[in-house]
Design a protein around this ligand. Structure first.
Ligand code: GLA
Length: 383
């Protein structure tokens, strides 16, 4: 803990040396990269939650807090260079503590669902916390999105960031093994938010970490149905009414799940197609076309009114595209914006849901002596 405080102090000293302390302008301002560490809020037990305000050399900014490893703000330029915050979230800790559908957080130990909250590994059956009817979702009752991570600033030649670490103890939420998890966010000078995940364990355990950012490239001016989405996937994993995959991979051809050509999210979301009834719209995992490559293009989103583009690349085999179907106008976020139905979309790069119970899916089991290592990059531009 002392080390963490020292690191934060070191960051503040470094920050005070640079010319830009905190950038709040409304247009792109070229300048030095910077990290500004402040206190975002205080946990009920008195622990401080820090905010890392990252600024890259082009003027793009990201704000990341140590509670839940949450990206609370991300400003990206439109086609005129105007910077706007393009992620959903709150402007204070109390709101995050009260109720959040995982806005901007890192979810784990297992992002997405594990059917009935049970799996068998090396002959032992484990029972996890169930928090989504009979299923386990996003790590359980107190997943990685609801803990305070240790933090240190990251300075790289091409960007600035924060390294967040969390020790998930043996038995937490029912999982076996002490899992040491690390997430490094870097805002690069190519206008990328790069997320690097690492984990090690002392007992075999499933691991599936992802970022649960809700994006709205209009900056929250309207819902996300006009955004045009491309998914680099010939197949998806169909689910049952509880959103648990059957274990099959199904061809997207001639279905509303085919996003190989960019299509408006709203064009087919309410089609009479059984899979869309489960989850009230898109809330499914697509099987990425990897073509033998490790890092592959996964998704591209274009917002026609602002020209903003977001491209997603990942080492992961799958991506959960969730269209914000459970947002219903009951949550009010930053700047008083009411998050109406489908006001944000998530592109959660990951292994497939319920993999611990699906022998035909790529394995999510991490064993002692091995290292879990994945990378996802979100790149922002405008046209
Ligand atoms: C994930 C799930 C959705 C929903 C959201 C949070 O994306 O797949 O079903 O639970 O998280 O509301």
């Amino acid at each position: 803990m002392g080390l963490v405080v020292l690191a934060a102090l070191a960051a503040m000293v470094l920050c005070s040396c640079s010319t830009v302390k905190q950038w709040t302008g409304s247009g792109p301002a070229e300048g030095p990269m910077d990290i500004d560490v402040t206190v975002f809020g205080t946990m009920p037990d008195g622990q401080d939650v820090r905010n890392y305000h990252l600024r890259n050399a082009t003027g793009m900014t990201a704000d990341i807090i140590t509670y839940g490893a949450i990206v609370v703000a991300l400003e990206a330029p439109d086609r005129d260079g105007t910077m706007t915050d393009i992620v959903l979230g709150y402007d204070n800790l109390a709101d995050y503590l009260k109720e959040t559908p995982y806005f901007g957080a890192i979810v784990g130990r297992y992002g997405n669902r594990i059917g009935k909250g049970k799996f068998t590994l090396d002959g032992v059956t484990y029972t996890l916390a169930t928090n989504n009817d009979e299923n386990h979702l996003h790590g359980g009752l107190k997943g990685f999105d609801k803990v305070v991570w240790d933090d240190e600033p990251v300075w790289r030649p091409d960007g600035v960031g924060v390294k967040l670490t969390y020790l998930s103890k043996d038995g937490e939420e029912g999982y076996p093994g002490n899992l040491q998890a690390t997430v490094i966010y870097v805002l690069t000078n190519k206008n990328e938010l790069r997320v690097e995940y690492e984990a090690t364990t002392d007992k075999a355990t499933p691991v599936n970490l992802t970022h649960h950012g809700y994006f709205n490239l209009t900056g929250g001016k309207r819902d996300i149905l006009g955004h045009e989405l491309m998914l680099n996937a010939d197949k998806f994993t169909p689910v049952d009414a509880g959103l648990i995959p059957s274990g099959h991979r199904v061809d997207v051809t001639d279905t509303p799940m085919d996003f190989r050509k960019a299509t408006a999210i709203g064009a087919r979301i309410d089609d009479d197609y059984e899979q869309l009834k489960f989850g009230g719209g898109y809330d499914h995992n697509w099987v990425l076309n990897k073509n033998g490559k490790i890092m592959t293009p996964a998704a591209k989103v274009y917002e026609p009114t602002t020209g903003r583009v977001m491209e997603v690349r990942t080492t992961e085999p799958g991506i959960q595209f969730y269209a914000g179907n459970f947002l219903d106008g009951t949550l009010t976020g930053k700047g008083g914006i009411v998050y109406q139905h489908r006001y944000g979309f998530c592109l959660e790069t990951q292994h497939f849901p319920d993999s611990p119970n699906k022998p035909g899916f790529p394995s999510t089991i991490l064993r002692p002596g091995s290292k879990y290592q994945t990378t996802t990059v979100y790149r922002f531009s405008a046209k």
